[in-house]
Design a protein around this ligand. Structure first.
Ligand SMILES: Nc1nc2c(ncn2[C@@H]2O[C@H](COP(=O)(O)OP(=O)(O)OP(=O)(O)O)[C@@H](O)[C@H]2O)c(=O)[nH]1
Ligand SMILES: [Mg+2]
Length: 236
């Protein structure tokens, strides 16, 4: 962990990397033209509106510690250009913030927002929480009305996830866990991770690459399946 920290100021509301996310597209994969899919920036708004086949909607939180990949996951899976609120990390708030990995230059200071439609019928509105500990109190607002949460975990620092998991339990938000793999991540088997994270037997535990659309989608589907199977009760 470096010693850089997040500044309080100017908060830009921009898509990550200044553009549309990888994998996010209004077009189906079969119709993606050479040079990439059309985006809102190209004037293609066909994917902006919710499809007429949609029968339901759910608010889903994406949570986890600093730098675990929340913004990346929402960016990779969203069918609309995601909203993100990144601020450059500086020394200005070094006494209150946690520095991220060396290559990480920004951190989320309010929320991420994206949208994905499952099977043409269920719209998930994805809300990513900020990872800095000082923003934990804002979770209460973000969690308002959510159906469940996807908790991202980094095996390089499992303890960093304890706060987010505990906070979900305090807020009575059902969740599933997705381990986001980095190249230098230690590999543990599922049972070891369950014990370390103190997960209940029926809490789903999946592995994902937050940069990959299909992998992120699978993690979300595991959560939705869990929520449906638990029938609206709170089993996590
Ligand atoms: N190798 C690898 N890198 C990843 C993966 N997911 C995210 N990253 C990188 O990790 C860094 C942090 O990702 P973010 O998505 O910003 O993390 P975050 O959880 O939103 O961070 P905060 O908002 O600061 O809490 C970025 O440089 C990503 O490119 C992954 O699955 N594999
Ligand atoms: Mg973020």
């Amino acid at each position: 962990m470096g010693s850089r920290a997040a500044s309080d100021a100017p908060v830009g509301v921009t898509p990550p990397d200044g553009g549309a996310p990888p994998g996010a597209s209004a077009a189906s994969p079969a119709t993606v033209p050479p040079g990439g899919p059309p985006t809102e920036r190209d004037g293609d708004t066909s994917g902006v509106y919710v499809r007429p086949t949609v029968a339901g909607a759910a608010k889903i939180l994406v949570v986890g510690p600093l730098g675990v990949g929340k913004t990346t996951l929402i960016g990779s899976v969203s069918e609309i250009r995601p909203l993100s609120t990144e601020a450059v990390m500086t020394q200005a708030a070094a006494r209150v913030d946690t520095g991220g990995e060396r290559s990480k230059k920004t951190t989320t200071v309010a929320l991420d927002f994206g949208r994905i439609t499952l099977d043409g019928e269920l719209v998930l509105y994805l809300f990513g929480t900020p990872g800095q500990p000082r923003f934990l109190p804002t979770w209460r607002e973000l969690a308002n009305g959510c159906l469940g949460a996807l908790a991202l975990v980094d095996t390089r620092d499992l303890e960093a996830s304890f706060d987010s998991l505990g906070h979900l339990e305090d807020l009575d938000v059902p969740f599933s866990v997705a381990v986001n793999a980095f190249p230098d991540s230690p590999r543990y088997d599922e049972e070891e991770l369950r014990v370390a994270l103190d997960l209940l037997p029926h809490t789903p535990l999946t592995f994902c690459d937050a940069r990959d659309h299909d992998s992120s989608l699978r993690a979300l589907i595991a959560l939705i399946t869990h929520l449906i199977e638990s029938g609206g009760e709170n089993p996590s």
